[in-house]
Design a protein around this ligand. Structure first.
Ligand SMILES: [Zn+2]
Ligand SMILES: [Zn+2]
Length: 239
């Protein structure tokens, strides 16, 4: 399995428009953070998690040649608004791309991208996607077992994903006990933290460190960080 971090920034992206803070003005390329998304290469297939507004730039920057399936964590703008540019992969692959999302997120996708579905069109400049509802149990994507993990994001529940020893949990303010149990014995955990201060819909760094310690993955990577968080020269030590 190869994981590519296509973006690790919060909803504004870093640098933030018209912001003069040291991180936004930093020369460190790691502080140029596109909106949050990862690409999973596994078994000869490319599985993408979320299509943020930076989708097109991410595909160009990382030279992605095909997308076999898309998993959606939830329907907030910073996670879905790049979907229209999936069109190019429809052309290359001569077909629609399956997109998996929870029931509530499917309804929002159908509404926001209604031109794709209503009236249904094929080709002609609209993305071709096959919407599929994520069930409440493990399901198969591109021949791989994907376990959905319910995550609290403020008042809504969003979807984290576990594939083998890898799990992706962004936009998280609390991980319910039943979901914690699905996230032990990981090689790699990707966990969303926003900033040092508390926030109503995202983990702070301290809360993320506590969750990471409890889950004990071999490696934990933070994502979805806003601009007061510079990339340290070395990773944070949890002990
Ligand atoms: Zn969100
Ligand atoms: Zn977000």
């Amino acid at each position: 399995m190869k994981i590519t971090f296509l973006g690790t920034g919060t909803s504004h992206g870093i640098p933030v428009i018209a912001c003069g803070c040291p991180v936004c003005r930093s020369d460190n390329p790691k502080n140029k953070r596109l909106r949050t998304s990862v690409l999973i290469e596994l078994g000869g297939k490319n599985i993408l998690i979320d299509t943020p507004p930076d989708f097109r730039e991410q595909m160009l920057r990382y030279g992605v040649k095909r997308i076999d399936a898309i998993l959606y964590t939830h329907h907030h703008a910073d996670h879905i608004f790049g979907l229209d540019d999936v069109r190019r992969f429809n052309e290359i692959q001569c077909g629609a791309i399956p997109c998996y999302a929870a029931k509530e997120s499917l309804a929002v996708l159908k509404n926001i991208f209604s031109y794709t579905f209503n009236p249904p069109q094929i080709g002609g400049g609209v993305p071709q996607i096959l919407l599929k509802e994520i069930p409440g149990e493990p399901f198969e994507v591109c021949g791989q077992k994907v376990e959905p993990v319910g995550i609290c994001h403020g008042k809504i529940t969003i979807t984290g994903f576990r594939i083998g020893g890898f799990a992706y949990v962004t936009d998280c303010s609390r991980i319910p006990d039943a979901s914690m149990r699905k996230l032990y014995n990981l090689k790699v955990l990707v966990l969303g933290v926003l900033r040092h201060e508390k926030h109503s819909t995202h983990f702070s760094v301290g809360e993320g460190v506590e969750a990471a310690k409890e889950l004990g993955a071999e490696r934990t990577f933070f994502t979805h960080m806003c601009q007061p968080l510079p990339h340290p020269k070395e990773g944070l030590r949890l002990s």
